[in-house]
Write a protein that binds this ligand. Structure first.
Ligand SMILES: [Zn+2]
Length: 259
């Protein structure tokens, strides 16, 4: 029986609030790029106001679930303020640079020079960067991300690697040494049917682990406690309750609480 009662404010290290109105509309167990086709079809008629309404609904759901702070990633310039939920609204760079603060979407969707520029900008601003990485297979590897920074590797500190299902031990060791947290999204992981994470290896590396929601386009809830329930249902032995609570409170706070 789970007794998950966090004493600290809940912090969501990865979300796309502007996709909240896709709840219940997206297929499960599809390859990512097929899922993306559905997403594009569902949103092709969305105007800026639709993205804003979707963003606001996400904020309200997060607020109702007791979330105090969200590191949000979006590219439609749809962010709005909320009186009870703080957001760090990052503009996700895909094919073009957006108004700062920017962070790269991924190494498969974002050209290397834009990945570099976005991460440099985060470092300059003292904001953690974030990137979807090592999610599907061996095609978006951490070493390929590091290769982009081969002439200035010291810059790659203070960020979030989101998903990281295919990270290797050496990747995790680098992350642990360089203040790069691994963000696991339990419902999104189940949604796409990704392979089981090697939680033992993750924990052994000493890497910081955050648990987050991702968006309602690949999760059924923006409630971090629901994410922990999914995690414990699927992997009852992966984390202690204290570790799981830390992954939605003190660990993301280490990266985000000064913002
Ligand atoms: Zn995401």
């Amino acid at each position: 029986m789970l007794e998950l009662e966090p004493a600290m404010p809940l912090i969501n290290a990865h979300c796309h609030l502007e996709l909240s109105n896709l709840e219940g509309k997206m297929p499960k167990n599809k390859p990512f790029f097929e899922w993306l086709t559905y997403l594009r079809k569902e949103t092709e008629s969305w105007a800026k106001e639709d993205y804003q309404a979707s963003y606001l609904r996400g904020l309200e759901l997060a607020c109702a679930a007791g979330t105090a702070l969200i590191y949000d990633v979006g590219n439609k310039m749809s962010e709005l303020q909320h009186s009870q939920v703080s957001t760090l609204s990052m503009h996700e760079v895909i094919k073009e640079f957006l108004p700062e603060p920017c962070t790269p979407h991924s190494i498969y969707a974002t050209p290397p020079e834009l990945v570099k520029r976005a991460i440099r900008q985060c470092v300059g601003a003292g904001i953690p960067w974030s990137i979807h990485l090592a999610e599907f297979d061996e095609s978006d590897r951490f070493v390929d991300f590091l290769e982009i920074f081969s002439d200035e590797i010291e810059i790659v500190k203070n960020g979030f690697v989101v998903h990281g299902n295919f990270l290797k031990e050496s990747d995790l060791n680098f992350m642990a040494k360089n203040n790069i947290a691994l963000v696991h999204c339990p419902q999104s992981h189940e949604w796409f049917g990704h392979k089981d994470p090697d939680f033992e290896m993750w924990k052994h590396s000493g890497v910081d682990i955050c648990i987050a929601t991702d968006s309602l386009a690949s999760a059924s809830s923006l409630d971090l406690m629901e994410q922990l329930k999914t995690l414990f249902r699927r992997y009852p032995k992966a984390f202690t309750q204290e570790e799981a609570i830390a992954a939605v409170t003190t660990v993301p706070a280490k990266y985000l609480i000064s913002f």
